[in-house]
Design a protein around this ligand. Structure first.
Ligand code: PLP
Length: 398
């Protein structure tokens, strides 16, 4: 085998993703794309806002000398300043441009942060259900993932379980709110309680434990709920995020990391992160995308469309008898699987041309994920199939 055993094993472990993709393609060929209800992919269904297109035209019509060249590994000064101003306003504190690094999306930012902080075999706590890529990213930098369950009733933080998992080797905990796949938002009180716990543990072990707040869905929250700013709750925190969801630009790979001005040894962290951004081969975030988002920091996609879809889907599924925690943000639902084995359930759903992702892939067997960032018409058209599926697996309509 020419490729590494490790990569080969990773591919095999996540082969269900490929299998589902292939089965989806077969169904589309057989029944026509409009008759297959694909809820597997978290690709935004909305287009970037008009302001994005205006800015794109403006930049294209007034090219500047050197605008496609390398710049500082941390990004353009004015872009970093614009992000810092936005965060200062959002968090009501003083974030400086020197505390921001532009990155290739949140995924790039996560890798930069993990490379910066991890020594071999140090542990990173991830909370199940978790974003599929975390384990791979941690492994990229020779770290070890420690999985801690969230509260099974509401997917909120289980501080006792987190406390049990922390030891002298713990270097970080990744929190993701609004969460993929559950849609829950962690309240400020819980994050402050986590801060107290971490302060205590850092003292006990004479260590530094970072909270990495992965928040690409921070501006996709519903019912007028605020997503608390992590900087107001946790001292040793770093935000990793992107404009993949709030400006619907996932293909443009533009995001950033920002450290809490209160972080201890913040400048050392930033020097390390700039170096990591360089040697991971990102070099810098895409120049054009940085210019584009500089003026768009206060602009977001219209989230009312997502909220409408959440309401529709939540209402219909619960009426059919599915058990699901109502998402407060993001664009996913994470219901309980009516069959004991979530992979069996996802396979059964395929018989009705409904494509889903089993919870197993998120470290949460017994659940399944629906991505509702698709056309509302598609959701409406899928409802008769959901009804048949619910009856088939023995759910009682309410
Ligand atoms: N973190 C979470 C929880 C996500 O859901 C995603 C993408 O879906 C990412 C990170 C990566 O996003 P980006 O496109 O900014 O790399």
């Amino acid at each position: 085998m020419a490729i590494s055993t490790k990569v080969q094993n990773c591919i095999e472990q996540s082969s269900w993703i490929r299998k589902m993709f292939e089965q989806g393609a077969q169904l589309r060929e057989k029944f026509g794309a409009e008759n297959v209800f694909d809820f597997t992919i978290g690709n935004p269904s909305v287009e970037p806002p008009q302001e994005f297109h205006d800015e794109l035209k403006k930049i294209a019509n007034s090219p500047e000398l050197g605008m496609h060249r390398y710049m500082s590994n941390a990004g353009y000064d004015d872009t970093r300043a614009a992000v810092a101003d936005f965060l200062s306003q959002r968090c009501n504190l003083n974030v400086g441009a020197g505390q921001v690094i532009m990155t290739c999306g949140a995924g790039g930012a996560l890798n930069v942060v993990l490379k910066t902080i991890l020594n071999a075999d140090e542990e990173v706590i991830i909370l199940a259900p978790y974003f599929v890529e975390y384990k791979f990213y941690i492994d990229n930098h020779a770290g070890k993932s420690t999985v801690v369950e969230t509260n099974p009733d509401n997917f909120q933080l289980d501080l006792d379980a987190i406390e049990q998992a922390i030891n002298a080797n713990t270097k970080a905990i990744i929190v993701n709110s609004p969460n993929n796949p559950t849609g829950v938002i962690y309240p400020a009180e819980d994050l402050s309680a986590l801060n107290e716990l971490l302060q205590r543990k850092q003292q006990q072990f004479n260590s530094t434990i970072y909270v990495i707040s992965d928040e690409p869905y921070a501006r996709l929250s519903y019912d007028n709920l605020d997503v608390p700013c992590i900087f107001n709750c946790i001292d040793n925190s770093v935000i990793v995020t992107s404009h993949s969801k709030d400006l619907a630009l996932p293909g443009e790979r533009i995001g950033y990391l920002a450290i809490n001005p209160a972080m201890c040894d913040g400048q050392v962290f930033m020097d390390g992160a700039v170096f990591s951004n360089r040697v991971l081969g990102f070099v810098n975030a895409p120049a054009l995308a940085q210019r584009l988002v500089t003026k768009l920091q206060h602009v977001s996609v219209d989230i009312s469309e997502y909220e409408e879809k959440r309401d529709l889907f939540y209402q219909e599924l619960t009426a059919l008898g599915f058990e699901v925690v109502k998402p407060q943000g993001g664009f996913y639902l994470f219901p309980k699987s009516p069959l004991a084995d979530d992979v069996d359930f996802v396979q059964r759903a395929q018989e009705y041309n409904i494509l889903l992702v089993p919870g197993k892939g998120f470290g949460a067997p017994g659940y399944f994920r629906i991505a509702y960032c698709i056309d509302k018409k598609m959701i409406e058209n899928s409802l008769p199939a959901w009804k048949k599926l619910a009856a088939d697996v023995g759910l009682q309509a309410k």
